[in-house]
Design a protein around this ligand. Structure first.
Ligand code: COA
Length: 257
């Protein structure tokens, strides 16, 4: 149980709100677990869509860095709540939407690649600093991002780690519409309501036709997580995490042996 994920239901829509503002909405294992359950239980519900929101000016700072350090000690990452959440994003049977205000970092950006509709405020920005943390892309993003935006833009986002403004993300095809922050929730919920009012069987079939093959994405998530688990234990990642915790720049210079 966690208080940092707030789940409400309104007019046939499930709203999942990330709420750990004091840590910039960084995601812990309990939070992934709560979000995974929210997605998994959509199938047997009468709900028409699920919507993700963060807090004003911060969608999420991505995975909690102390949690990364703890996970570096564990051997089996394939059964972690993180992987359960990522797989639930792939297999969720109802439309998924996100309304992004402020920063969406790491999984905050890669989870958007699974959503059916993404709205962003004009002050939103997307960034995946996997490489500066000594890590590799996750959440199936190495497969999905090139499909959405082409190899070069995906490389710029996932490998170079460049920040994409909301407008750049819209041009790249990852965001449907950029709106004023005061209009973000209304615009996202209006789209969710519209989806929920469509004939459910036709919607389900159409969504299945448009979405990429889920087995391919799950296979890629598993491949990425094997590498990710190895990288979490690497000297480079350890140095990057320690530098973040100690509020200093990392130093990746190899020591002479
Ligand atoms: N994991 C754990 N704690 C985090 C965090 C994360 N991903 N992101 C932010 N925090 C914590 C900070 O440690 C700080 O905690 P403290 O007040 O106890 O010192 C608090 O949240 C506020 O963060 P701070 O860095 O002071 O805020 P900021 O406005 O200067 O910067 C960010 C905000 C999001 C740009 C910055 O915190 C950041 O870069 N976070 C890491 C993002 C990241 O690399 N995520 C992993 C992606 S794979």
């Amino acid at each position: 149980m966690t208080d940092h994920i707030k789940i409400t239901e309104e007019d046939g829509i499930r709203i999942v709100r990330i709420d750990r503002v004091e840590k910039k909405n960084a995601l812990t294992q309990d939070m992934y677990q709560a979000m995974a359950e929210a997605l998994e239980t959509m199938a047997d519900s009468d709900l028409g869509a699920i919507v993700f929101f963060g807090a004003p000016e911060i969608f999420t700072a991505g995975n909690d860095i102390s949690d990364f350090m703890a996970r570096a000690m564990t051997t089996d990452l394939t059964t972690s709540p993180t992987i359960r959440f990522l797989k639930a994003l792939v297999t969720c049977e109802k439309p998924m939407l996100a309304g992004v205000d402020g920063k969406a970092i790491g999984v905050g950006t890669t989870m958007l690649m699974h959503c059916d509709l993404v709205y962003a405020s004009d002050r939103a920005s997307l960034k995946t600093p996997f490489l500066t943390l000594g890590l590799v892309p996750e959440a199936g993003s190495s497969l999905l991002a090139p499909k959405i935006m082409g190899h070069q833009r995906a490389f710029e986002l996932l490998v170079l780690g460049e920040t994409f403004s909301a407008e750049r993300a819209r041009e790249a095809g990852l965001v449907n519409q950029v709106v004023a922050d005061s209009e973000l929730e209304a615009a996202t919920l209006a789209a969710a309501q519209k989806l929920a009012s469509l004939p459910p069987e036709a919607l389900n079939l159409s969504r299945g036709l448009l979405r990429s093959n889920s087995e391919d994405i799950i296979a890629r998530i598993e491949e990425e997580s094997r590498l990710f688990a190895m990288r979490l234990k690497s000297d480079e990642a350890r140095e990057a995490f320690m530098a973040f915790m100690e509020k200093r720049p990392p130093s990746f210079v190899k020591k002479a042996s």
